[in-house]
Design a protein around this ligand. Structure first.
Ligand SMILES: Cc1cc2nc3c(=O)[nH]c(=O)nc-3n(C[C@H](O)[C@H](O)[C@H](O)COP(=O)(O)O)c2cc1C
Length: 167
């Protein structure tokens, strides 16, 4: 049942992003599908993050994050950053730093940099609203990766409940 719920939820079309965070000397990034634009004025993005992720502590301290849009052919990056950090996950390549100090992926399709404006409890996640303070389209020809293309990479089928519960 949870496998079929997982397949159902993957039809809510979402992209795949590397969310970058940094505080002092510490930096990290993780793969996220739950990112969306939620306001035009001000320009706001929402990010749903599991507060157990090590990235969350850095985000809370720095109150900033970057959203790096992955291209279709960057599946290895999605997998690498979708795992917890043992060493510095960012050591694979050089990361320029944005205005708010967040790591930016040079090879991304595009990036956004956000300053945290509020946090909202959202079940087992926290919904973080970020004001977009900068952004760049780096490759206008590339197609963005979709969450569905990542298949079972995030292990989400084990996280879904058995059913929808009582109506
Ligand atoms: C395709 C994919 C999508 C993911 N989406 C999210 C997400 O939207 N929010 C989240 O908190 N974790 C998401 N994850 C899980 C994190 O990337 C993963 O737990 C990671 O290890 C967290 O990194 P950290 O512990 O170094 O911060 C996703 C993972 C994958 C592979």
């Amino acid at each position: 049942m949870s496998d079929s719920i997982s397949a159902l939820f993957q039809r809510l079309t979402q992209g795949v992003y590397l969310v970058g965070v940094a505080h002092g000397e510490a930096r990290n990034a993780f793969t996220a599908a739950s990112v969306m634009q939620v306001s035009f004025d001000p320009l706001l993005l929402a990010l749903s993050i599991n507060p157990r992720h090590s990235s969350y502590g850095l985000l809370k301290q720095s109150r900033a994050f970057s959203v790096n849009v992955l291209k279709k052919n960057q599946m290895e990056l999605a997998a690498h950053f979708g795992r917890p950090a043992r060493a510095d996950k960012l050591a694979l390549m050089e990361w320029p730093t944005g205005r708010a100090g967040t790591p930016l992926l040079r090879e991304a399709l595009a990036w956004f940099e956000c300053q945290v404006v509020s946090e909202h409890p959202a079940g087992d996640h926290v919904l973080v609203l970020g004001k977009v303070i900068d952004g760049r389209l780096l490759d206008s020809e590339a197609d963005p990766m979709t969450y569905r293309e990542t298949g079972a990479m995030d292990g989400a089928s084990a996280l879904f409940p058995e059913g929808f519960g009582d109506a």
